[in-house]
Design a protein around this ligand. Structure first.
Ligand code: SF4
Length: 205
């Protein structure tokens, strides 16, 4: 097992939550990654020592941290359902719309891949639970999900501080975006209109 990074060091593995952020908007991920605008470092914990401290009640396992260097991925699964020999990650979401998004499926796929790397058994189903509706959706993790996870990891790892991704082509996403004050989509569209071409923002200013 590789030595975990300490807080303050950049981890070379990609956190699973970053998959969701990147799918939402690569530019948002860029600002979070390079400018630490969210201000909260990942809690980097040795997987084995964390394992020993876990609470396990009935059919639920909570807060399990995993690293998989072969996947270039790490992350904490908040909840795993244990039914017999089958372990199923559960991703809980707040979604005022009452729906989950493709980015949530990609994140869940990342957790399934991490879990199966740890237990060395296939994990082909995960759950998305929505607080607002108290509903749970079983998601079959397909080869397409897995390929998407790998592609996003490659894209994230090829990003550099010198290259800011373009504005999203869906300005509605910007309304609830925590990186907006750094990204400044309206100002970009006014001052550098060529950068807003084809994004939807050129019609907003
Ligand atoms: S404000 Fe919009 S374009 Fe900028 S990072 Fe957020 S979602 Fe992306």
């Amino acid at each position: 097992m590789s030595t975990p990074q300490t807080i303050g060091q950049r981890d070379t593995l990609v956190p699973v939550s970053a998959l969701n952020e990147f799918v939402y908007c690569p530019r948002r991920f860029y600002y979070q990654h390079y400018h630490d605008e969210m201000g909260t470092p990942y809690e980097l914990i040795d997987g084995r020592s964390k394992h020993e401290k876990q609470s396990q009640r009935g059919g639920w396992i909570t807060e399990r941290y995993f690293r998989a260097t072969e996947l270039d991925l790490h992350g904490k699964i908040d909840l795993i359902e244990s039914g017999g020999d089958v372990l199923t990650p559960v991703e809980r979401k707040r979604a005022e719309s009452g729906q989950y998004f493709p980015s949530d499926e990609v994140q869940l796929a990342g957790y399934c891949m991490l879990l199966e790397a740890a237990i060395e058994e296939p994990v082909n189903v995960g759950y998305i639970y929505l607080y607002e509706t108290d509903e749970r959706y079983a998601i079959q993790i397909t080869e397409s999900h897995r390929e998407t996870v790998h592609k996003i990891i490659d894209k994230i790892r090829s990003m550099s501080v010198d290259s800011i991704p373009p504005l999203t082509d869906n300005p509605k996403k910007c309304e609830a975006c925590s990186a907006r004050e750094y990204c400044m989509p309206e100002e970009t569209a006014i001052l550098e209109p060529e950068k807003a071409q084809g994004t939807g923002w050129e019609g907003e200013v």
